[in-house]
Design a protein around this ligand. Sequence first.
Ligand code: C2E
Ligand code: MG
Ligand code: MG
Ligand code: MG
Length: 286
Amino acid sequence: EAKAKGRNTYHFYSQELNAAANERLFIENELRIALKEKQFVVHYQPQVDSRNQKVIGYEALLRWFHPTEGLIPPDKFIPIAEATGLIVELGEWVLQESCDFAVRLSEQGLENNISINLSARQFKDSNLVPTLSKMIIRSGVSAKRLHLELTESMLMGNVEAAITQLHELKALGISISIDDFGTGYSSLSYLKRFPVDILKIDRSFVKDIPDDTNDMEITAAIIAMAQKLKLDVVAEGVETIEQMQFLQNNNCFIVQGYYYSPPIPEYDLPNLYEKLNELSISEVTN
Ligand code: C2E
Ligand code: MG
Ligand code: MG
Ligand code: MG
């Protein structure tokens, strides 16, 4: 009985492992095709000033529309692109798209920031700074509009190399933002040594506000610390008016999340402006 059960368990796991390995292999192959055939699109999620419902910037989020599989989420393919090195080419494309998007906004008089996620591999790449420098010149984007989002773990490996790379990026005029803040190897003493500009409070702290008092304390503490260190702070994953108001009451005014808008394609911007306008009117009259 036990033996039979053990064997079944083994089969079960090995089948699961196989399926996972196959999926990985499939995605790896398809990624190469996707790059050539331009199956990627960048969507943009607004970062809104909750005091006046004005968009201050957008985060660029990569989307893969596969011809037969449909939409494949970034969590499924970014780690594979990272492991295979394809992320460097893909990431460059996202940077280019984002620069061009920022320029189109500027042409409409909209001086919004664009935040772009960087992978560990891209950050370590010695070509990153020269590539970005060329991109900035080619596109004509103002470098101060560009914010690069890094995670804590990317900074912790080789600290000296990370500091040098950050200084070189900052010398281009770019701002640095720490994504998913509070979830990595947060080392508060390092935070002072890294030339960073913005902390993004991770969604995991925001999502259970106002039910989880621990998360509320942590969120308030991150905001207070950011203020003391003279860093800007952005809250991610804000879905409800209660969450927005809690953040506002604790001096975090820039929020990103479904409460205002999911990530959207560029052609949806007029709808976003309309929605924010309506929200503005309803918040004043309420
Ligand atoms: P992230 O940088 O932390 O991005 C925020 C994620 O939260 C996005 O997921 C966004 O769609 C989602 N989100 C935003 N507001 C809400 C909300 O109110 N509720 C909920 N439940 N979710 C919300 P997405 O687009 O699936 O991206 C997942 C991750 O993939 C990103 O996390 C980022 O780490 C990575 N990623 C996306 N695009 C790129 C890229 O171009 N390059 C690199 N290296 N990584 C990327
Ligand atoms: Mg991000
Ligand atoms: Mg994030
Ligand atoms: Mg996050």
